[in-house]
Design a protein around this ligand. Structure first.
Ligand SMILES: C[S@@+](CC[C@H](N)C(=O)[O-])C[C@H]1O[C@@H](n2cnc3c(N)ncnc32)[C@H](O)[C@@H]1O
Length: 249
């Protein structure tokens, strides 16, 4: 098991509880609406990369939409399969490294991933592999965030300090100390090994996706404000800059 798999194996049970909260409340309807407004309601073959406990297969699978979820971590694959079974949702979950999959060329209409790209050992290889897997005209949807941006960039450090003080005072919220060497040592150790930790995103993604031949159609900052609202994010101490990218092959 490599260090990324170890990290996610240890996180799998807690992560699964977070997904239960998202799936059991109203929140998943807002996610579904957001995604369907981007990909349409037609027949689609969808690949969810780094599916974790299977949130996207749970909310997107239907008679018209075939969803396959893949994940590098066996413990996450088990969580996802269990959750789908418990909720009577039919979707395939496979253990696989998204940087080197066994799928045929041009298999999928849509490739989607949430909070995955930042944790890849080789995101360049991944974006290239996904280009191969997409059908012509297919769409890539990336939801991600700059968890460590405040450690590497002065403007993000200032923004982070302001938002942290605000949510702590107004909501008594606890902000997750991503990359903190003392409070979150395990995360700090992971951060040091990841290619994207000190990259300015989504600028890095836009440039690399374009080099590969994707057309970047949309980049939306703070997309989660549209889904759960800024107030709810603040109450959860969710203050990292977030972004959504939509690109076409
Ligand atoms: C932050 S979790 C996100 C889970 C899910 N997408 C969600 O938003 O609920 C990141 C997931 O990416 C998976 N992952 C990390 N590297 C991967 C790789 N190379 N290939 C496939 N999955 C990977 C981890 O095992 C973990 O389940």
């Amino acid at each position: 098991m490599n260090h990324i798999q170890e990290y996610w194996t240890e996180s799998s049970e807690n992560y699964s509880k977070v997904i239960d909260r998202e799936y059991l409340g109203d929140e998943h309807e807002a996610w579904k609406k957001f995604i369907l407004s981007e990909i349409g309601e037609g027949e689609l073959n969808i690949l969810d990369i780094g599916t974790g406990p299977g949130f996207f297969p749970l909310i997107l699978s239907s008679d018209k939409r075939k969803v396959t979820g893949i994940d590098l971590t066996e413990a996450m694959v088990e969580q996802a399969r269990e959750k789908l079974k418990k909720n009577n949702v039919d979707a395939q979950i496979l253990a696989m490294d998204c940087q080197n999959t066994g799928f045929e060329d041009e298999t999928f209409d849509v490739i989607i991933c949430r909070n995955l790209v930042w944790t890849l050992s080789d995101p360049k290889k991944a974006y290239k592999e996904w280009y191969r897997l997409l059908k012509k005209g297919g769409r890539l949807l990336v939801f991600d965030g700059l968890w460590y941006g405040y450690i590497f960039f002065a403007d993000l450090k200032e923004q982070h300090a302001k938002r942290k003080a605000y949510v702590e005072e107004k909501y008594n919220a606890k902000v997750t100390p991503y990359g903190d060497p003392i409070e979150f040592k395990r995360d700090f150790d992971l951060m040091k090994t990841l290619f994207l930790s000190d990259k300015r995103r989504p600028d890095w993604d836009r440039q690399y996706l374009t080099e590969l031949g994707y057309t970047v159609e949309k980049i939306k900052d703070e997309y989660l404000d549209e889904i759960i609202g800024r107030e709810e994010r603040d109450k959860r101490g969710n203050i990292s800059p977030l972004f959504f990218i939509k690109a076409k092959k």
